[in-house]
Design a protein around this ligand. Structure first.
Ligand code: AR6
Length: 184
């Protein structure tokens, strides 16, 4: 069941984020913005070569994206208004600031979505695949940071109306649904 915080509907679904319907989707990328596997591979495949071309421009301009930060490209041939590429932390045992870096991924992505006047945004479960971040902790960090952001309305007149966590795996979808309930 979705919850509503400050007029923003926050929900969880299971599926492929490239098939989601809304304004902007978030990609779990790498610091060089080189298309990879997992959700990154799915987004580049679905959007076509234009996304990689725009990633190359960002790389040339600013040398890439640091963990916790985010950058925007178009969505190529997908119908989204844009893709927000963020770089999650690689899990190194938990003492290298991984939770804070992961929280930054969510808040910096939300800042960019607001700057682009997005009304809706979908997040994958950043860092919980190839980057090996423990799923339960990642879920808590994701929901804490997004809900705190919406509660504080970091940008006056927040344009966002809908935030969805699109979980590829059943266990993550169940975990997010159960954890979301605890915030209502
Ligand atoms: N839609 C939604 N979620 C998906 C999809 C999809 N189509 N495909 C996979 N996931 P990962 P990371 C889930 O590995 O851990 C790439 O090579 C997946 O089940 O994609 O942040 C990048 O280039 C998992 O729950 O991202 C980086 O090098 C979640 O997305 C590196 O992987 C994240 O898994 C980033 O690793």
């Amino acid at each position: 069941m979705p919850i509503t915080v400050n007029h923003v509907v926050i929900s969880v679904s299971q599926g492929d984020i490239t098939a989601w319907q809304g304004d902007m989707i978030v990609n779990a990328s790498n610091s060089g913005l080189y298309g990879g596997g997992g959700v990154d591979g799915a987004i580049h495949r679905a959007g076509g070569p234009r996304i990689a071309e725009e990633c190359a421009v960002i790389r040339q301009k600013q040398g890439g994206v640091l963990p916790g930060e985010a950058a925007v490209t178009s969505a190529g041939i997908m119908t989204f208004r844009g893709v927000i590429h963020t770089v999650g932390p690689i899990w190194k045992g938990g003492n290298a600031g991984e939770p804070m870096i992961l929280a930054n991924c969510y808040t910096n992505s939300l800042d960019l979505a607001c700057a682009h006047e997005a009304h809706s945004i979908a997040f994958p479960n950043i860092s919980t695949g190839i980057y090996n971040f423990p799923k339960e902790l990642a879920c808590k960090v994701a929901l804490d940071s997004v809900i705190q952001y919406v509660r504080q309305r970091r940008i006056p007149g927040l344009p966002l109306q809908r935030i969805e966590f699109v979980c590829f795996e059943r266990d993550n979808a169940d975990l997010y649904k159960a954890t979301l309930k605890t915030y209502s």
